[in-house]
Ligand binder design. Structure first.
Ligand code: HEC
Length: 132
């Protein structure tokens, strides 16, 4: 019984000290906040965040022409493109924000909360329909 207790304790300790490895997230199983994605408030918050953090590369108008868009590894996406819009999904955007895109200039955003990432997702997905 003592051994069992020790085993359980060490398992619990392991559980507490294990760092969350973002690449271990199963994005297929994440619940998509559908209401937030279509909310004008969420899109407006996302737009503000976008101007702060993303416009440098993706452009103030989200058209891929940020002041730093030249010389990046990969081409900063134009979110106004209906082609892009019809080939992506909320979960794909959320995953890119969480993980970045390896081998390109698109960074991961570990400092953003989940809520902020969904706000940004709501915004970028709306650009092709509603404009920047
Ligand atoms: C340092 C420049 C840079 C910044 C800052 C940046 N991005 Fe990117 N982003 C890129 C580049 C370059 C790509 C294209 C990578 C590729 O496919 O080669 C990209 C790709 C993406 C994609 C994937 C598009 C697709 O479907 O292929 C999304 C979504 C995205 N960025 C959103 C954002 C958001 C939202 C922010 C702000 C939080 C942001 N990016 C900030 C450079 C940047």
């Amino acid at each position: 019984m003592k051994a069992m207790g020790a085993l359980l304790t060490s398992l619990a300790l392991l559980g507490c000290s294990a760092k969350v490895d973002p690449s271990a997230i199963d994005y297929d199983k994440i619940e998509i906040p559908v209401a937030q994605l279509s909310s004008d408030e969420a899109r407006a918050r996302g737009r503000t965040l976008f101007k702060e953090k993303c416009a440098l590369c993706h452009g103030e108008r989200a058209d891929g022409h940020g002041v730093r868009s030249k010389g990046l590894s990969g081409k900063a996406v134009n979110f106004g493109s209906s082609d892009w819009r019809s080939n992506t999904s909320a979960i794909a955007v959320f995953e890119v924000l969480s993980e970045g895109m390896r081998g390109t200039s698109m960074p991961a955003w570990p400092t953003l909360s989940e809520g902020q990432k969904w706000d940004l997702t709501a915004y970028v997905l709306s650009v092709a329909g509603d404009g920047p």
